[in-house]
Design a protein around this ligand. Structure first.
Ligand SMILES: Cn1cc(C(=O)NCCN2CCCC2)ccc1=O
Length: 119
């Protein structure tokens, strides 16, 4: 009957750490990465500290990856998406940084789905 649970097939996570390294390297060298390479300066960007509760940037993600602070691919993807969500919250879509955020999110979505489809 339809309600009989089928055994969940776990996906093979053995390549995930390498995948995170590849993905992060591609994000860091993307031409639209410049607003996200280092933490937003809470001193020189008025309002940032108050508005953005969980700041995140590529150098912080790099630090966490190097220090084995990501449990799995999911927690890595959550941090990358936090970069883009913070950017959307703080910047107009029609602004230099707002557009860079949309471009970077699109690029990331495309690349991790491509890499995950790879056998
Ligand atoms: C993601 N984000 C970034 C900024 C920002 O100004 N980043 C510094 C960019 N500069 C580039 C060369 C030195 C620093 C402001 C708001 C925001 O949401």
């Amino acid at each position: 009957p339809v309600f009989v649970k089928r055994a969940k097939t776990a996906r093979d996570n053995n390549r995930d750490l390498g995948l995170c390294r590849v993905l992060l390297a591609e994000l860091e060298r993307h031409q639209d990465a410049w607003p996200f390479l280092t933490p937003v300066s809470q001193k020189s960007v008025p309002g940032y500290r108050k508005v953005i509760k969980k700041p995140m940037d590529f150098s912080t993600i790099r630090e966490k990856l190097v220090n084995s602070q990501y449990q799995n691919l999911e927690t890595f993807i959550i941090d990358v998406n936090l970069v883009y969500d913070n950017c959307e919250k703080f910047n107009e879509d029609n602004s230099e940084i707002g557009r860079a955020g949309h471009n970077m999110r699109k690029f990331f979505e495309k690349r991790w789905t491509e890499l995950l489809k790879q056998t």
